[in-house]
Design a protein around this ligand. Structure first.
Ligand code: SAH
Length: 364
């Protein structure tokens, strides 16, 4: 008996090993052909089934006549003076998302999107201005990685970090994000080390608990961005539903490997959340949690009222955390000249009046 599964989507990108094995069986092939197909699509990056030399000719023909391997289409590419490259992808329904390729001292970090737009509505974020359009499917998530690494001719030996810090709230699209992650870490897939994958969340607490129970679990980063509930609710309205006490309860319950830590991101906004008292309160919140803090200078643009904190504030904030034995790093904003803050480029491409006034492009 063949398994009763619905015919898969025509675009095979995003199907996992099990689904491709089921597809092989439905097409009267032995199951292991599905594994070979998985390897061909993700590890060898074949888009044309004729290239799949291990597969028998008749199977290749059937696949070619019924299915495709489609990557998201590159609609724009902008290189920054600092070496980072921002991609704008066009999806099958005309929607678009952004991905940023950031080379840095022998490794590369890829910042990927999980949704078209975002529903979370953080007041300082450009993606929030778009609202949420839809979730990305697993193929659209791994497709960003494959398309960008191919276009950049990413050298095979260079370590690749993947951070879900592009457009969207990954924990509000957890099923697709996790399916994509499993394809990424599979040795026959993209073969990316699990410890190099980070999901960043604004703090969707029930989903943090779900992520904690995943067998294949990427690292977790929490966008903290404030030191009191009042301040956080102002900047990130989801804090009303998911306040700091509950957020830290979930953080304390999150399982960590022996050398692992939780990352807390803190976007420093001039005169809003960057005082010495804020730093001391952040230190108190993190007490007893194996954590590190990434201090992110704000990437500003007109249309939103926030400004980056001056460097001396950033340094003072960092020192107060370090004095409390909390590792704190300053994350230099990459791609300022290419509007690399979340959602900025897409807004500009849409001709949105808000972003028209955003930072000018100064390099191509
Ligand atoms: N929704 C997820 C992931 C996307 S945002 C989250 O909130 O974590 C990724 C990070 O970028 C978050 O830490 C967010 O606070 C930060 N961010 C958003 N807009 C920014 C901007 N204009 N400048 C600097 N950091 C920004």
């Amino acid at each position: 008996m063949k398994p009763a599964i619905p015919p898969p989507q025509e675009n095979l990108l995003g199907l996992d090993k099990l689904e491709l094995c089921q597809l092989a069986e439905v097409l009267d092939e032995p199951k292991f052909r599905g594994k070979q197909l998985f390897h061909d699509i993700y590890a060898r990056r074949h888009r044309d089934f004729a290239q799949c030399a291990e597969l028998p000719a008749h199977f290749r023909q059937i696949l070619s006549s019924r299915y495709r391997v489609d990557y998201p289409e590159i609609k724009g590419r902008r290189a920054s003076r600092d070496g980072s490259v921002r991609y704008l992808f066009s999806l099958h329904d005309g929607e678009s998302v952004e991905t940023v390729y950031m080379p840095d001292e022998g490794r590369v970090t890829l910042c990927v999107s999980s949704q078209v737009g975002c529903a979370v509505n953080c007041r300082f974020c450009f993606t929030a201005l778009l609202g949420v359009k839809r979730n990305l499917d697993p193929g659209e998530i791994v497709g960003q990685i494959i398309a960008v690494t191919c276009a950049e001719q990413h050298p095979a030996g260079t370590p690749l970090n993947v951070v879900f810090m592009g457009m969207g709230e990954p924990l509000l699209n957890l099923d697709s994000v996790m399916k994509a992650v499993r394809i990424m870490v599979d040795a026959d897939g993209l073969a990316i080390a699990l410890r190099r994958i980070t999901i960043s969340t604004a703090g969707v607490i029930p989903k943090i608990h779900l992520l904690a129970r995943e067998a294949v679990r990427p690292k977790l980063a929490i966008s903290l961005n404030a030191s009191t509930d009042e301040q956080r609710t102002e900047l990130m309205p989801l804090n009303r539903k998911y306040p700091l006490s509950k957020l830290f309860e979930a953080c304390r319950a999150f399982p960590l490997g022996s050398r692992e830590h939780l990352t807390f991101e803190y976007v420093l906004l001039d005169g809003v959340n960057d005082t010495d008292s804020d730093a001391r309160r952040v230190g108190a919140l993190l007490a007893g949690i194996r954590s590190k803090v990434n201090l992110i200078p704000y990437n500003a643009g007109q249309g939103l009222p926030y400004r980056p904190s001056p460097l001396r504030r950033v340094l003072a904030f960092q020192k107060i955390l370090q004095d409390q034995q909390i590792p704190a790093f300053i994350r230099i904003s990459r791609g300022q000249d290419i509007m690399a803050a979340c959602g900025q480029l897409r807004l500009a491409e849409m001709g949105d009046s808000t972003a028209q006034a955003a930072q000018p492009l100064s390099s191509a």
